[in-house]
Structures are given as structure tokens and as C-alpha cells.
Design a protein around this ligand. Structure first.
Ligand SMILES: NC(=O)c1ccc[n+]([C@@H]2O[C@H](COP(=O)([O-])OP(=O)(O)OC[C@H]3O[C@@H](n4cnc5c(N)ncnc54)[C@H](OP(=O)(O)O)[C@@H]3O)[C@@H](O)[C@H]2O)c1
Length: 315
């Protein structure tokens, strides 16, 4: 099979398309013929020796990437919930070694859900890690409720665009930060108020927030604390300076501060599949690239302007 192997950590020139043996499955696993791959900031961080890089220290070949949609071609005997031929999607082995940048990927069956028939493979691959992160932050950690005032930072991004929709579906009042050029996009997702993060200071405009999803971190986190209700919850998923962040949270006696790392989860994926099937969650794929252009796709996410998600498609 073809795989986009990372020879060593560093720039996109370290990727090389290689012919390698198809991976073998063990108990609890399925083999997926990959039809689409979602690209995330963690892919880029890992390529740059951060993110999940430590997980690859003993790997024979570094195949990164965690978000897949595809068709099951092999199945371990003990897997009862799926069959060969099923169309599935999910984030595989996060945190851990992903292996999604390949024509075939091995996945633990319990991390997958069936792809709803009304969405395409690229849309499915775009609704995995970012969607799981939004779900786990807002529902599992934040316990957001109808009527809550919710602030989503980076609303036009991979995680933010799903977080807006989930909060809106629950009946929250949704405020988001985004670039001015993305204002119409985030409003179309259900944002009630949009704050241009480049020209406005959100802490001078809003207050009394019940729940904040901070996708930025650092100074943005410190400023966010100013608008959080005393009993409110803030979930942080991006940590440019974790020691400083923890210090500030402690000094300001923030009780409901949660530093979150998302995880692969088939049950959460089934909730996401339901929302995609009933139309309450929409996918925005900004751009697709063919498999051999994974380096270009990473370059766009790292250095360009993206609305929603970038996806790799395979024949
Ligand atoms: N802990 C976890 O489990 C977890 C899971 C998923 C993601 N993450 C992390 O969370 C972060 C966001 O992920 P993502 O997939 O949503 O990234 P993304 O698709 O690159 O989106 C980031 C968004 O943030 C916006 N933005 C940049 N600076 C901003 C600021 N100061 N204020 C408000 N918005 C700003 C960008 O807008 P412009 O393009 O207009 O600048 C962009 O729309 C990344 O660091 C990622 O690694 C963590």
C-alpha cells in the first residue's frame, strides 16, 4: 500500500510517499481502506516534533494522521459490531500513534462509528477529531445547558465551527471570536454575537459567561478569565505556556478550569453520527487535496487561511 511516511521531524519536505506492506490487525481491530483523511493542527505539531511526537519514538515508520473515513476490508474475529464493507469514520488511537496517512489504516473497532449515508467520505473525515474535541469540551467537561452564555474562541476553525453548532443546538446564547472575514460564516453556524479578534477586545464587550472554550490559550486565557462568571467553567485545549496558565488560574482561584486532551471514543462518535444524520451538525470542508499532496495540505493549514476543515481524498 501507499503511505505518506515522515522520514524525520521537521518541515513538509520530510514527507515521502512510500510503498509499504499493508498493516496487520489484532483482536478488537479492523482494517480500513481509507477514502478520506482529516488534517488537524496536531498533525503539524507532531511533524514539528511536538504534539504526539513522543508516541512515535519506537515506531518503525512514522505514519501520522488520526482522522479517517473509509470502508472496512478486514475484521478481527472478536469484533461483533461491524462487518466487512461497512462505511465507518473516527479518530484512531488519539492520544497515540495514528497511522491515518496511508491507503489502509488499522483501527480499534470501539473507536469508530458508521458513516451516515447523507454525508460524503470527505465530510465524514472532517467531522472526527475536531468534532470529538468540541463534543468532549462542551458536553463531557462543560455540561453546558440551555440558556447558558457560551464563548467559543476561534469559531471559524476546525474545533470552533463544531462547538458553535453544538452549543446552539443545546439552546445556548453563543458568542464567538473570529476574523472579520469569517463573521458571516460563524453567524451561519448559529453564533449570536461575533467579535473580531484582530480589532476588538472581547473582555471590553462581553461579561457574565457561563462557559468558555479556549482554543487559543496563553494571554487569551488570562483575558478570558475576566469575562467568566465566578461559578463558570473554562476548558482550555491549546497550551502555549502551561506553567504560566496554571499559575494564573491558581492565583485567580478559578475553580472550574479544565485543561483538556481529547480522546478517541466510539460512543461520542455515534452521537456525532446522529447529529450529522439528522442535519443538526453541518460539515464545512474548505478544501480537499489528493493523497500525494498531504504536504501541501499541511502547509495550507499551517501558513494559510482555513474556514472549517481541510481533507485529503483517496480513490
Ligand atoms: N487539546 C486537545 O485535545 C485539542 C484538540 C483539537 C485541537 N486542539 C488545539 O486547539 C487549537 C485549535 O484547533 P483547530 O483545529 O480549531 O485549529 P484551526 O482549524 O487552525 O483554527 C484556529 C482558528 O482560530 C482562529 N484564531 C487564531 N488566533 C485567534 C485569536 N487570538 N482569537 C480568536 N481566534 C483566533 C483562526 O482564525 P484566523 O484563521 O482568521 O486567524 C482559526 O479560525 C490548536 O492549537 C489545536 O492544536 C487541541
Amino acid at each position: 500500500m501507499k503511505a505518506m511516511v515522515l522520514k524525520q521531524f521537521g518541515g513538509i519536505e520530510n514527507f515521502s510517499l512510500k510503498e509499504i506492506p499493508e498493516p496487520k490487525i489484532s483482536n478488537g481491530q479492523v482494517l480500513i481502506r481509507v477514502k478520506a483523511i482529516g488534517i488537524n493542527p496536531v498533525d503539524i505539531k507532531t511533524r514539528n516534533a511536538k504534539g504526539q511526537a513522543q508516541q512515535y519514538k519506537d515506531a518503525p515508520a512514522m505514519i501520522i494522521g488520526w482522522d479517517v473515513a473509509g470502508v472496512i476490508t478486514k475484521i478481527a474475529e472478536d469484533v461483533k459490531d461491524f462487518s466487512v464493507g461497512d462505511e465507518v469514520f473516527g479518530t484512531i488511537n488519539f492520544p497515540g500513534q495514528g497511522g491515518a496517512y496511508a491507503e489502509y489504516a488499522v483501527a480499534p473497532a470501539h473507536q469508530l462509528a458508521r458513516k451516515p449515508v447523507n454525508i460524503s467520505m470527505p465530510e465524514a473525515a472532517a467531522a472526527t477529531l475536531a468534532t470529538l474535541t468540541a463534543w468532549q469540551a462542551l458536553i463531557d467537561q462543560g455540561h453546558i445547558e440551555k440558556g447558558n452564555r457560551v464563548l467559543i474562541h476561534g469559531g471559524a476553525g476546525g474545533v470552533g465551527n463544531y462547538a458553535i453548532q453544538i452549543a446552539r443546538n443545546i439552546g445556548c446564547y453563543v458568542i464567538t471570536t473570529a476574523s472579520a472575514s469569517d463573521a458571516d460564516f460563524v453567524k451561519s453556524l448559529g453564533a449570536d454575537e461575533v467579535i473580531d479578534y484582530k480589532t476588538q477586545k472581547f473582555e471590553e464587550i462581553i461579561s457574565d459567561i457561563d462557559f468558555i472554550l479556549d482554543t487559543i490559550g496563553g494571554e487569551n486565557f488570562v483575558r478570558s478569565l475576566k469575562v467568566l462568571k465566578p461559578e463558570g467553567t473554562i476548558v482550555l485545549i491549546s497550551t502555549p505556556n502551561i506553567e504560566e496558565t496554571n499559575k494564573v488560574a491558581k492565583e485567580q482561584h478559578v475553580t472550574n478550569y479544565k485543561l483538556m486532551m481529547m480522546h478517541s471514543d466510539g460512543e461520542d462518535m455515534r452521537h456525532i453520527a446522529e447529529m450529522l444524520a439528522n442535519g443538526s451538525l453541518k460539515v464545512h470542508v474548505d478544501k480537499t487535496f489528493p493523497f500525494d499532496e498531504i504536504p501541501e495540505a499541511q502547509n495550507l493549514l499551517e501558513n494559510g487561511k482555513v474556514k472549517g476543515k481541510i481533507v485529503i481524498t483517496l480513490p
